[in-house]
Design a protein around this ligand. Structure first.
Ligand code: ADP
Ligand code: TMP
Ligand code: ASP
Length: 242
């Protein structure tokens, strides 16, 4: 039977979350055209942005599923909408870095692009009012972001597994996955499942040959060609040349 969108549950910076008629265990996710940075202090948009991020997420979550990694995605319903498993989101942004860039490069006084011997996983507390601060493992436990230290280890292991798959997928598209942010949630069976999205909003992606940036840093840093770069990521992942 066809699923029907019900009431708006939440409107965030990049997506709207709706209920699904008669399916309390599901959520109807709609990707918006808005673009924000620095905790929405900087705002923008372009037509088709929601569609691009929805398609990229759907494509990558499909490839993760094939690789045996479960995600919240159940089905696409339109170019900008998908039905997902409704989860209780763990209030941690799980950031994995293959090279140092952005906030950690700045904090440690390292050059943007400094290579790492092995990927680094970091936790940030998902709280816009606090500006999503970095958390040590002990701080994450003190804040009860997860009940036990073992959960933090599960999140790190999952992030590294996902990193291996995504890195390879982006590499095929001629893009180096520099770093990215994931969100996880728990389902009714208390399993930890990958939620939210993976897109140029949530990743740093650099052209393998030229080092050109193809992600939200183009917007954050006023580098221009934001729309073209997002489009290029989708085309390249689909195996089309751009
Ligand atoms: P933000 O809240 O940071 O502005 P979005 O606009 O992307 O971000 O809003 C999506 C919200 O939905 C986020 O708060 C995210 O944690 C949450 N979310 C993502 N996937 C799921 C899911 N499967 N079940 C419930 N909530 C989810
Ligand atoms: P950072 O270097 O600013 O800490 O960002 C690390 C990665 O996480 C980068 O790929 C962008 C992504 N990210 C988000 O998806 N949401 C956020 O709120 C922040 C700060 C970063
Ligand atoms: N996700 C945050 C925002 O949308 C910060 C960022 O991506 O720079 O404001």
């Amino acid at each position: 039977m066809e699923k029907v969108k019900a009431e708006l549950l939440y409107e965030g910076k990049a997506k709207k979350m709706y209920a699904v008629v008669g399916r309390p265990e599901e959520v109807w996710v709609e990707y918006k055209d808005s673009l924000t940075a620095f905790n929405a202090q900087k705002t923008g948009s372009f037509a088709g942005k929601g569609m691009i991020n929805a398609k990229i997420t759907s494509l990558l979550y499909g490839r993760l599923k094939k690789a045996g990694i479960p995600t919240h995605l159940i089905a696409d319903v339109s170019d900008t909408e998908m039905i997902c498993e409704k989860l209780t989101i763990i209030p941690l942004e799980v950031v994995t870095r293959n090279r140092l860039a952005g906030s950690t490069a700045k904090k440690l006084g390292k050059d943007e692009g400094t290579s790492l011997e092995k990927p680094l996983v970091e936790f940030y507390y998902k709280d816009d009012a606090l500006g999503d601060p970095f958390l040590s493992d002990d701080q994450a436990l003190m804040m009860k972001a997860v009940p036990a230290r073992a959960d933090l280890e599960i999140l790190k292991t999952k992030a590294l597994e996902i990193n291996r798959v995504l890195r390879a997928e982006f590499e095929k598209a001629g893009l180096e996955l520099i770093d990215f942010k994931l969100e996880f949630g728990r389902n009714a069976k208390n399993e930890i499942v990958l939620a939210d999205e993976v897109s140029p909003d949530t990743c740093r992606l650099w052209d393998f040959k030229t080092g050109e940036k193809f992600d939200k840093d183009r917007f954050r840093r006023d580098l221009g060609k934001v729309e073209e770069s997002y489009q290029a990521v989708l085309h390249r992942l689909k195996g089309e040349q751009s």
